[in-house]
Write a protein that binds this ligand. Structure first.
Ligand code: SAH
Ligand code: SF4
Length: 395
């Protein structure tokens, strides 16, 4: 009779996931647990694995080191083992454009030759990095340039956190030996917004793992209050965002009736305004976040009437909120126009009088097409189905 098989432990399964056969594995983007399992998989002693994770983690995410040989508190042999099985790889910057207002747009290439965009927006009191989560987007919001691009694939956690790392490279933000993170005053990348290309909640696990790395106190150390995830309204994943990431939430609301929202944000046909609002009402309690940001793109004669403003206030009653009005950013062939400045002001005033902050977002980097919703890479491939995307991501 065959001997009973030992149960497959979580660790062994994790090792299999993170150490697929063939070629070194990118160490950037592994969670602490995955890294631990991977180190054991290449011979690290179980008892020491946690310490090794800490050491490597600090080299990667605190000091920004890109060479195993520079990890001088690890033995030479262990460094050689690491170099044999792992690589430290970031997306490659193909082009960098700098706007007259200081905004930087990076076009970066990821495995498979695909390209995504990353935008850095400096302000007086902060520096915000707008990060992409997918190549293109499966959704087809009618006012969004990215929505006209066919989705190619989800980014890996390494490709998402890699965008933060390459921006820090470009801004020369890694600390010098002897300094703590941010020791030189205000941080350059002080905030992350998941508002680049793609719908982050359709790539949940990778976005979560990357943001956990960004928040880790021994690395990049960004507070969860400085990370904002923007979603078009993937209702079933909203509670999970609160529980598993705990970052701030922004919601692409954009309309006050289902009829209009169906056209602007077609995911509304799946989860309508009522279902969305119910999910949002629970969010701040679970995540302990401050307020939800309601993003509202101002489209001339489509969603910008005083009546819309009043309806919006009614719909979100009771939800701690701020409403971010985004003047529509035009792109070649766009089917909409930006609302007039006076119209936007009148809309903002109604919201303000109802007790909500209603900032009008200043378009940044317009001269380099870096503003919200203008991102679109040149690489376009055949559209994949959700099933295929999930299969590719191993879900
Ligand atoms: N997919 C996510 C995040 C990326 S888009 C989402 O939809 O929320 C980031 C924000 O820019 C969203 O609120 C989106 O609706 C908005 N946006 C898209 N295209 C725009 C455009 N052309 N002008 C102004 N805002 C736009
Ligand atoms: Fe995708 Fe967001 Fe653009 Fe809609 S607005 S198409 S969800 S990136």
């Amino acid at each position: 009779m065959d001997a009973p098989q030992a149960p497959i432990t979580q660790d062994v399964m994790t090792i299999k996931r993170v150490l697929p056969e063939g070629g070194p594995v990118n160490i950037v983007g592994l969670t602490r647990d995955q890294l631990r399992a991977a180190l054991i998989g290449v011979g690290a002693k179980e008892k020491q694995a946690k310490m090794r994770v800490n050491q490597i983690w600090q080299w990667l995410y605190h000091w920004g080191v890109r060479d195993f040989d520079a990890m001088t508190n690890l033995s030479k042999d262990f460094r050689a083992t690491l170099a044999e099985h792992f690589k430290i790889e970031l997306p490659e910057v193909v082009t960098k454009e700098v706007s007259t207002d200081g905004t930087r747009k990076y076009l970066v290439r990821i495995a498979g030759g695909h390209e995504v965009e990353v935008v850095y927006i400096p302000e007086t009191d902060r520096g915000t990095l707008c990060v992409s989560s997918q190549v293109g987007c499966t959704l087809t919001c009618s006012f969004c340039h990215t929505g006209t691009q066919k989705l190619v694939r989800n980014l890996t956690a390494g490709e998402i956190i890699g965008q933060v790392m390459l921006a820090r490279d470009d801004l020369n933000e890694w600390p010098e030996p002897g300094q703590g993170t941010g020791a030189n005053g205000p941080r350059l990348v002080s905030n992350i917004v998941l508002m680049g290309m793609g719908e982050p909640l359709y790539n949940f696990e990778n976005v979560r793992d990357a943001m956990k790395i960004a928040m880790d106190p021994e690395g990049i150390q960004l507070s969860r209050r400085r990370i904002t995830l923007s979603t078009s309204g993937v209702v079933p994943e909203i509670a999970r965002t609160a529980e598993e990431i705990g970052c701030q939430l922004a919601i692409s609301f954009h309309a006050t009736t289902d009829e209009v929202r169906d056209k602007l944000v077609p995911i509304n046909k799946k989860w309508n305004i009522e279902e969305l609002v119910a999910a949002l009402a629970a969010y701040p309690k679970v995540s302990n976040s401050e307020r939800i940001t309601f993003e509202y793109v101002m489209l001339k004669d489509v969603n910008d009437s005083d009546e819309d403003a009043r309806r919006l206030i009614k719909l979100i009653e009771g939800i701690p909120a701020k409403i971010n009005l985004i003047p529509f950013n035009e792109w070649p062939g766009a089917p909409y126009q930006r609302s007039d400045a006076d119209r936007i002001k009148s809309f903002a005033h109604i919201i303000y009088k109802a007790g909500y902050a209603s900032p009008i977002r200043k378009p940044r980097g317009e001269d380099i097409m870096a503003a919200c919703g203008q991102l679109k890479s040149a690489t376009e491939r055949a559209r994949k189905s959700r099933k295929q995307i999930d299969a590719d991501a191993g879900l």
